[in-house]
Design a protein around this ligand. Structure first.
Ligand code: C2E
Ligand code: SIN
Ligand code: SIN
Ligand code: FE
Ligand code: FE
Length: 792
């Protein structure tokens, strides 16, 4: 049983001291806490001493934590000092560590306090030992200088005339050598680690030649083979101008070196966390983020071998994304979940330690063949939300191992990587949606511009292939007389089989799509077509998955749009939606070409195709911030109602609707750390947040079709009195749709829970909107709004 820990706690919140005591007690650390609030009390307590640990808040009403740290460091350098703070930026954290704080704990993560305290106390004990060792050294050194004699403890001498070496008992003990053996100078040098031998030899030589003294810290291997660190000091004694004797002190400093090493390591780790999180915050894509994550992780662990593998749902396999060191030999061979180390970690979500990858029973044959002997390490899951999206491997060279504390660091890094990947996936989806809209638009232009069906279909299929990321695609046209489907256009095939395809209505995949008038899909490699020609085509082309969508225009089936993949496909709903949308376009194109006397294409259908895409996309935007779910839909409905009641034309309403659906698309450019922040935003965070309308403008302006819909995304935070952003325009300068939308958005935002505050009651929201009339809002819009709510 340890004695009760005495803690000095500088804080102006009495409850926190109690919480600290309870937290430590429940972790088995009994303590007494003396709480002080002011500089005077703290100064007096420090002067009096008698405690084992100092805890301090960083921001106090009358005093600040960093000054307290300076004071404590001056008077009580060996007492651990830990910051316990509500809001401690990483910068301040690093700064405080550099100024000598032992560690820091966030109040909301108080559970960390117990392990940190234990470690701090252990390190303090080491530190005391180190100080004592240094004192001992200084004493023996002084003694040596005083007497010119060999010091009793840890001393040695070489008589140059007789070339004899003498050691004191202490030196024998450090070397783990029996005092009966009398080592020679050469043998003594050989105790040093190979890399240290030239250093000590040169020091001896310099002392003999010119009397230069030395003071070195060197690695040594004891007689029993234990690697240790020693401090070797020496000086020359001259007689009659000639060096006749070398003598010095000798000490085992292994403990001190280790303590220093672990302090240094801890700082390096904190700095790594800091750099990596800063770098990940600015990375825009996975391709940018993953190498940063891996390289910084390896640098923090001072090794050069590691890898990140990502899981791909469509093919249900793990593939390497970045590799360093010996992991590079893996090449691109994929792994299945459950297989090998990576697959097991992915499936279980648990960290795997490998004492040696080469002999690890879990490792797959390839790993065992390629890992160099003696390399150990760990494989950690990378998680986003609830799913594991990949694994992080780290390996260290023979004789080293990953310490528990480093494993904690690795876990934080993997967690950070997971969050960054999640954010990036959302970002990439947005970019992908933008590309899809552009694709629809260019198909649209070709349909209008060209009456050549082959040309139109070939443009369409190009987009099908790239947007849906499939290996091959084709359009079959229905010949109503022969009741067969015939090849019209195709892309991505390696053989000529596709061009000779004839499928009877009702048969095989495409024929069934016609009769059933719905999508037919084959997602496993085991199902193959019955028709011999088709079966041969599947085999020669190496096809494994199929989707066929009937092309229906004005109620009539015109043909089938087919997509093929050479590995199994498990598409998500958005992919399927887009396939249907493209099939709709293809049907229109065919219909148009077939009825070339009637060039009137169905504008309505096309708009529907666009709008379906925009809606799907706006749902994806709401998903990013779970708490605003449904917000976009509600705000859009309300805006449309208000716009209609204020007399906007139907033509304008289409654009109002699209603008409202996409109003906060610019928040995609705002990092999660800001968007989902539970509290108020800082000045710099606000600066970023205020850019979201500008981002929206940058994203949407290149799309001709959405230009008339830009008013809302770009101007919805402008205010009637000119105090809004991004441009600070006022009154009629703000486009009408944006003025209408602003009321709807604030209404719905205030009535919903946000990460940064709870929902307001309806009456309070109405009062707010009334109060902001003529300031935030256009009075005419507020009037229409209140009329809607029957509260005018
Ligand atoms: P949002 O949450 O969609 O809010 C849209 C607009 O509704 C706000 O625009 C503001 O005009 C109004 N609004 C929302 N909540 C409140 C509120 O509690 N009080 C008042 N008086 N008005 C409110 P604004 O202020 O330009 O903010 C734009 C976006 O910035 C917000 O969109 C939200 O994503 C973010 N934001 C604003 N304040 C905070 C905050 O304190 N913490 C965090 N994490 N984000 C904030
Ligand atoms: C591989 O060797 O391909 C993966 C590593 C493993 O998990 O064994
Ligand atoms: C970004 O990298 O900040 C954009 C991605 C996102 O926040 O969703
Ligand atoms: Fe906004
Ligand atoms: Fe909004």
């Amino acid at each position: 049983m340890e004695t009760r820990l005495q803690i000095l706690y500088l804080d102006d919140e009495p409850n926190d001291a109690r919480q600290v005591r309870e937290t430590l007690a429940s972790a088995g650390v009994d303590c007494d806490v003396l709480r002080v609030e002011t500089r005077e009390q703290f100064g007096a307590a420090v002067a009096q001493g008698g405690f084992d640990l100092i805890l301090s808040d960083i921001a106090l009403s009358s005093f600040d934590g960093l000054s307290a740290l300076a004071l404590a460091r001056q008077d009580r350098p060996n007492v651990p000092f830990i910051f316990v703070s509500g809001a401690l930026g990483e910068e301040v954290a690093i700064e405080s560590l550099k100024n000598g704080a032992t560690d820091y704990v966030l109040k909301e993560k108080l559970a960390r306090l117990a392990p940190i305290t234990r470690r701090a106390l252990r390190e303090a004990a080491d530190q005391r030992e180190r100080t004592q060792a240094e004192d001992a050294l200084r004493r023996s050194h002084n003694l040596l200088n005083l007497t010119g004699q060999m010091a009793e403890v840890g001393g040695w001498e070489v008589d140059l005339d007789t070339q004899t070496l003498s050691w004191t008992d202490e030196v024998y003990r450090v070397h783990e050598v029996d005092p009966a053996t009398r080592p020679s100078v050469a043998e003594a040098i050989n105790f040093y680690a190979p890399e240290a031998r030239p250093v000590i030899t040169a020091a001896l030589q310099a002392a003999m030649d010119s009397g230069t003294p030395w003071d070195l810290e060197l690695p040594l291997i004891t007689a029993t083979g234990r690697p240790i660190w020693v401090r070797a000091q020496g000086a020359a004694e001259r007689r009659a101008g000639r060096v006749v004797r070398l003598h010095g002190v000798f000490q085992d400093i292994t403990k001190r070196r280790r303590a220093e090493e672990s302090l240094r390591q801890r700082l390096a780790e904190l700095e790594a966390l800091h750099t990596i999180s800063a770098a990940l915050r600015v990375a825009q894509t996975r391709d940018e983020a993953l190498p940063i994550l891996l390289d910084e992780t390896l640098a923090a662990l001072e090794t050069d071998a590691g890898a990140i593998w990502l899981y791909y749902g469509d093919s249900d396999e793990l593939r390497p994304a970045v590799e360093r060191g010996w992991f590079q030999q893996w090449g691109q061979t994929p792994m299945k979940p459950g297989e090998g180390i990576a697959g097991t970690v992915l499936a279980s979500g648990h960290v795997h330690h490998s004492a040696e990858f080469r002999s690890d029973p879990l490792a797959c044959a390839m790993t065992r063949a390629q890992a160099p002997a003696g390399w150990s390490g760990a494989c950690l899951p990378i998680r986003t939300d609830m799913t594991t999206v990949g694994v992080l491997y780290v390996s260290v060279p023979p004789m080293r191992h990953i310490a528990p504390q480093q494993l904690k660091l690795l876990e934080s890094l993997a967690e950070m990587g997971g969050a960054a990947l999640h954010r990036m996936r959302l970002h990439e989806e947005t970019v992908h949606h933008l590309e899809q809209l552009q694709a629809l638009h260019s198909i649209d232009r070709v349909i209008t511009a060209s009456m050549d069906l082959r040309m139109t279909l070939s443009v369409l299929l190009e987009h099908v292939q790239t947007q849906l990321r499939v290996d091959a695609t084709a359009v079959l046209l229905l010949n109503p007389h022969s009741k067969t489907l015939e090849y019209a256009s195709g892309r991505g095939f390696r053989t000529h089989y596709a061009q000779a395809v004839h499928v009877r209505v009702g048969e095989d995949f495409a024929g069934r799509a016609v009769v059933e008038r719905r999508m037919v899909h084959v997602t496993d490699a085991a199902t193959t077509p019955a028709d011999l020609h088709l079966a041969a085509m599947w085999q020669r082309e190496g096809l494994a998955a199929y989707f066929g969508v009937p092309l229906i225009a004005k109620g009539q089936v015109k043909g089938v749009l087919e997509v093929f993949h050479r590995t199994p496909l498990t598409p998500d709903p958005l992919w399927l939606d887009f396939l249907e949308t493209l099939a709709g376009q293809a049907a229109i194109a065919i219909d148009n070409a077939q009825l070339f006397e009637n060039l009137q294409r169905s504008n309505l259908n096309l708009s529907r195709a666009y709008d379906a895409t925009i809606e799907g996309w706006s749902r994806a935007l709401d998903l990013r911030d779970k708490e605003t779910e449904g917000h976009t839909q509600r705000v859009t409905t309300l805006t449309l109602r208000l716009a209609r009641s204020m007399g906007l034309s139907d033509g304008a309403l289409v654009h109002v609707q699209r603008g409202a659906l996409l109003h906060d698309i610019g928040k995609m450019g705002v990092p999660d750390s800001i968007l989902l922040k539970p509290g108020p935003l800082s000045e710099s965070e606000w600066a970023l947040m205020r850019r979201h309308p500008v981002y929206a403008h940058e994203m949407l302006a290149p799309i001709d079709y959405l230009q008339p819909a830009l008013d809302i995304p770009y101007c919805h935070h402008e205010k009637w009195d000119g105090t809004g952003y991004p441009r600070g325009i006022r009154g009629d300068q703000i486009p009408m749709p944006a003025r209408i939308f602003a009321v709807a958005d604030v209404w719905d935002a205030l009535r919903s829970d946000r990460p940064y505050r709870r929902a307001w009651p309806e009456a309070k929201v109405l009062a707010h909107i009334r109060a902001q009339t003529g300031q935030h809002f256009d009075p005419r819009v507020v009037e229409a709004f209140l009329a809607e709510h029957g509260t005018l």
